[in-house]
Ligand binder design. Structure first.
Ligand SMILES: Nc1ncnc2c1ncn2[C@@H]1O[C@H](COP(=O)(O)OP(=O)(O)OP(=O)(O)O)[C@@H](O)[C@H]1O
Ligand SMILES: [Mg+2]
Length: 356
């Protein structure tokens, strides 16, 4: 059952088209993450679903009801913003219950719902404090609590964790995953954080300039991107790209002269065809079944403790990121022969389309 369905949705601000003929179905209980470069329309899309922005063209359904003209409070959604926007003069309990009070709910009911939400979010001991007496993570939990008390069909999150420090982000990320398991509501979540997208999502939607580039499960997008944009956007550090030219139906010559053979390309390349070869940093550290080799010179080495990254260049000057794993002896200026498997290469045509 589709909980949220967008059909040919468009949004323009004046003459400027921001969302362009977008189709998307989000199932009941699904955790859907929207990602894409700054300005691609993620917040605009959430705000349209919430009813805070009008829909210029197309149809928006929530729980199978057409809601284009439905008032935000009637839509059964609750939104959590990056800035928590708590009322400073109210206690945590008052902040959480405010929307229910405005909706004319009974005091006892408000109390029960606030108490239940506070228990889920471990805010029970903080209910009488004011926002200024809370940490950033606690404030964000209050903002989420304010959404939970409304018992919405759909939760919308717009970068809810981006104001938190790195450690808190990790613990709040786990909290949100638990919350989704516990409540089972449909959640639509915008983030710039690769880890949040990969770990929280049932489904990731990659947006670019108001259009969908690809929709899929996190690992599906990671392993099997439809185009160069998704290949470059999903994954951190990014997939490496090498300019190359087909030297045979299933072989290419890179700009530095290195010859690579392709595995699993069903459509043959035409000799001379320009392509882009993609390979992820972790696939360059050398596998036992490595059948290809690319010589590079190391520019910079980063030791992260858990792994080591080398930033290197080919003889043609193309930059390459290599994940070295527990190999810690590599130094700037070293020449490496990167060994990798043909099966790990991804091939893209001139328009960025994936060649399979
Ligand atoms: N009220 C508005 N009037 C005119 N243009 C707007 C308005 N709101 C947003 N835009 C424009 O729409 C585009 C998409 O904005 P939006 O906030 O949806 O991007 P975003 O993907 O959320 O970006 P970010 O990752 O930076 O938050 C931007 O170019 C923005 O300038
Ligand atoms: Mg935004």
């Amino acid at each position: 059952m589709a909980e949220v369905e967008l059909k040919h949705i468009c949004k323009s601000f004046g003459q400027v088209d921001i969302i362009k003929d977008l189709d998307l179905t989000i199932d009941h209980g699904e955790f859907c993450v929207l990602v894409g470069p700054s300005g691609c329309g993620k917040s605009t899309l959430l705000r349209m679903i919430a009813g805070l922005e009008s829909v210029s063209r197309g149809e928006l359904f929530i729980d199978r009801d057409l809601v284009n003209e439905v008032d935000p409070v009637q839509r059964g959604i609750a939104m959590v913003f990056q800035s928590y926007a708590l009322y400073p003069h109210m206690t945590v309990a008052e902040n959480m219950g405010f929307s229910l009070k405005m909706a004319g709910e009974k005091k006892g009911d408000i109390h029960n719902r606030v108490t239940a939400a506070a228990a889920i979010l471990q805010l029970t001991h903080l209910l009488e404090r004011r926002p200024s007496q809370l940490s950033g993570g606690q404030r964000q939990r209050v903002a989420i609590g304010r959404a939970i008390v409304r018992n919405p069909k759909v939760f919308l999150f717009d970068e809810p964790l981006s104001n938190l420090d790195a450690e808190l982000r990790v613990s709040m990320r786990v909290e949100i995953a638990k919350l989704h398991m516990e409540l089972g509501n449909t959640m639509i979540y915008v983030t710039h954080d690769q880890t949040e997208a990969m770990t929280l999502a049932d489904k990731i939607v990659v947006l670019r300039a108001g259009r969908i580039e690809q929709v899929g499960a996190p690992l599906q997008l990671y392993d099997d991107p439809d185009n160069l944009f998704v290949a470059g956007f999903i994954g951190s550090p990014k997939m490496n790209f090498l300019d190359a030219e087909a030297s045979g139906p299933r072989s290419v010559r890179c700009a530095d002269g290195t010859k690579l053979s392709m595995a699993g390309l069903s459509a043959p390349l035409s000799v001379g065809q320009k392509v882009t070869i993609g390979i992820r940093p972790e696939h360059l550290k050398g596998r036992t079944d490595a059948d290809l080799m690319l010589p590079v010179t190391v520019d910079v080495v980063e030791h992260l403790g858990t792994t080591t990254y080398a930033y290197a260049h080919t003889t043609a000057g193309q930059t390459i990121t290599v994940e070295l794993g527990d190999e810690r002896t590599v130094r700037t200026g070293d020449r490496l022969e990167l060994r990798f498997a043909a099966a790990d290469l991804r091939v893209f045509g001139q328009k960025g389309e994936r060649l399979r």
